[in-house]
Design a protein around this ligand. Sequence first.
Ligand code: UD1
Length: 322
Amino acid sequence: MTVLVTGGAGYIGSHTVRALVAQGRDVVVLDSLELGHKSRVGNVPFVEGNISDAKIIDKVCRKFEVSEVIHFAAYKAVGESMEQPLRYYNNNVAGTIALVRALMANGVEKIVFSSSAAVYGNPDHVPVTEDAPLRPESVYAETKAIVEKFLSSCESIGLRSVSLRYFNAAGASADATIGEDWSMSQNLVPLVMKALLGFSGPLNVFGNDYPTPDGTCTRDYIHVEDLAAAHIKALDYLNGGGKTLACNVGTGIATSVLEVISIAEQVSGQKVPHIISSRRAGDPVSVFADPTLARALLGWKANHDLRDIIGSAWKWHSSSAK
Ligand code: UD1
């Protein structure tokens, strides 16, 4: 009974590997190291390779007796995806199809998939529920929606899956040893930290004239360790015979950009240098989850609040920034 974690050397993957190990589960990580760091994986068995390499998947499944998979390995930069659709479809979609084919040839029929709230695009209603229409607005989000569909079609041939639709993953491990590298991310929290620590100019706040209480966009920030825990609950759900499912992983709380800045100032005791700039094209005003389904079917809920998220990010960035 070994869990194969693809992309386990990445940000969310490495936190999930830790959570699995902490529960005494057997784990093997497969990562191409194109974007991941091996140092994040710790002492867990590690194989360097690509998800589309059937020979490697075969070998790993046999050697480690893989029984289930958590699949993170993918490209995730939204802007880049619009410029390089071939690369994104090839890695995220074709790569996943090749992976699933090789897994099924080895009798592995349970997979937890790293999806994204980006599949909803700009939702008509918030909090957003899983039955909202999928209207991906980027190539990246399209690849996530297509893989969800592909996995759900594979239920008829025996594959069961949980697609976890992440909202805004943020924060770092409680011991401040792994976190979100700002050189690999355009997301708000690492950029706030970069500005705070003087590694960039002032943060650009993308618009303050939105119809929200303080005029800035709101999102659902979810602690990466809560997110990691959701993957384990999803595995347990599949091992308990659960059917294929797509499920939100968020807190249900909407937080504005200015609120993130304010908490970061309280936690660090310093001002976050920032300027109000124009709106970012395509930014939805407000996206936050209805997390009811995750609670009902996976028995999961978020345990950390925004202060924990920003506090852990600050601790990690301020001790490891270079
Ligand atoms: C991002 C991803 C999306 C992913 C989602 C959840 C992008 C464009 N989108 O969206 O695919 O599914 O996270 O993980 O990467 N902001 C600023 N200044 C900045 C950066 C961000 O004001 O320098 C604001 C944004 O306008 C937004 C909020 O901060 O209101 C969060 O932005 P970001 O971290 O990029 O996440 P999302 O836009 O939600």
